[in-house]
Design a protein around this ligand. Sequence first.
Ligand SMILES: *[C@@H]1O[C@H](CO)[C@@H](O)[C@H](O)[C@H]1NC(C)=O
Ligand SMILES: *[C@@H]1O[C@H](CO)[C@@H](O)[C@H](O)[C@H]1NC(C)=O
Ligand SMILES: *[C@@H]1O[C@H](CO)[C@@H](O)[C@H](O)[C@H]1NC(C)=O
Ligand SMILES: *[C@@H]1O[C@H](CO)[C@@H](O)[C@H](O)[C@H]1NC(C)=O
Ligand SMILES: *[C@@H]1O[C@H](CO)[C@@H](O)[C@H](O)[C@H]1NC(C)=O
Ligand SMILES: [Cu+2]
Length: 362
Amino acid sequence: MLGSRIQCALALVLASIATSGVQAWPHGQSQCKQLATRKEWGSLTSGERIAYIDAVKCMQQKPSNFAPGVVPGAKSRFDDFSAVHINQTTGIHLDGVFLSWHRNFLQLWETALREECGYPGYQPYWNWPLWDDDLAASPLFDGSETSLGGDGYYDGSFTEYIVGTNSDGSLQTLPRGTGGGCMKDGPFVNMTINMGPFAFGLVYTGLPSNWTDYAPHCVQRDLNNAVAAKTNQTYVDAALATATINDFQNALSASGTTLGLHGAGHFCTGAGMQDFFASPSDPAFFLHHGQVDRIWQMWQSLDEGARTYGNNALFGTSTIFDANNTAPVSLDEEMNWGILGKPRKIAEMMQVGLHGFCYEYQ
Ligand SMILES: *[C@@H]1O[C@H](CO)[C@@H](O)[C@H](O)[C@H]1NC(C)=O
Ligand SMILES: *[C@@H]1O[C@H](CO)[C@@H](O)[C@H](O)[C@H]1NC(C)=O
Ligand SMILES: *[C@@H]1O[C@H](CO)[C@@H](O)[C@H](O)[C@H]1NC(C)=O
Ligand SMILES: *[C@@H]1O[C@H](CO)[C@@H](O)[C@H](O)[C@H]1NC(C)=O
Ligand SMILES: *[C@@H]1O[C@H](CO)[C@@H](O)[C@H](O)[C@H]1NC(C)=O
Ligand SMILES: [Cu+2]
């Protein structure tokens, strides 16, 4: 995600409500009556995995909900999720709304799988440390019919990933992986996506007007254990041990070769997932973000009052790199998910178990 190959003041009243243990923002009746269980991919039965894969394929068959001509590249409901993410990329990453925006994005995806494609389960997640030393042998990427597709065909046209430039002009690089081309096996073999690819540099210039064009190409995979090593348990523990939301966000996403947990998960899977804009067009995206959401929820639960509606809940603006052309985010700020769902206030995304976020992570 960090590149292509080149690459408040919070209202005291809210804080006191939260610290007094009353989960009441903004209406007490929003508490979930029942919680669904989101499970790790490897702990699903074969049948459960196939049900998820079939639902993803169903989303790829269903026609887009965009009005004709608005996003010619969005052919399917699956594409709709990419299109909305592409369009909002510079507002929802490396800033104060990253976690909350993606929490609801995932929820909207899970709901679409269930309501539009009859999926009986809940959103699975990818627990990175279980598989960081051998992605190709993991149930996620082993290329079997119960995986999310395997590695890419080997593409020898590049030797490393350039992820940044040092102040002296030297390049910051990461080793390449073992594939690089289209997915060579599994249920999404040679899978084609309809928009992009987009270069990371577009975050500085904005999207070209032709971003909506139909541009079919395959999803590229490049499984990379050297990068996946940056998602090991030591890094997860370090993220969970951070004291501030700013430090927690930095443990997820960082510049250059550091990547962070979220960055490394995107980077260890290949060009599809590295596309900062169009990464939801690799089915692995939703499992990766399941884990991001899970880790955030775990971190929040360690000091719930402060980390949901209190003074350690939000840090940053709603502009990429926290540029100051938008104000620091607040619980009252409204975000949107385009055609995917209705606009909601950040406050509604702050705590799992409230406001329709009725799930727990196993
Ligand atoms: C892209 O985002 C802008 C701002 O949120 C919105 O006005 C526009 O309708 C979106 N375009 C599409 C195609 O969703
Ligand atoms: C995938 O594409 C490659 C390259 O075009 C081709 O050789 C291979 O047969 C395709 N595989 C499937 C299952 O379609
Ligand atoms: C958009 O236009 C640029 C050049 O202006 C071109 O390089 C790119 O391939 C185009 N993208 C699509 C999806 O057509
Ligand atoms: C994770 O990787 C770091 C850096 O290579 C290493 O120091 C640490 O021991 C690893 N942790 C585990 C649990 O493998
Ligand atoms: C923010 O705005 C001020 C002027 O209002 C400007 O000087 C500064 O460079 C901007 N950027 C940051 C990161 O403060
Ligand atoms: Cu994203």
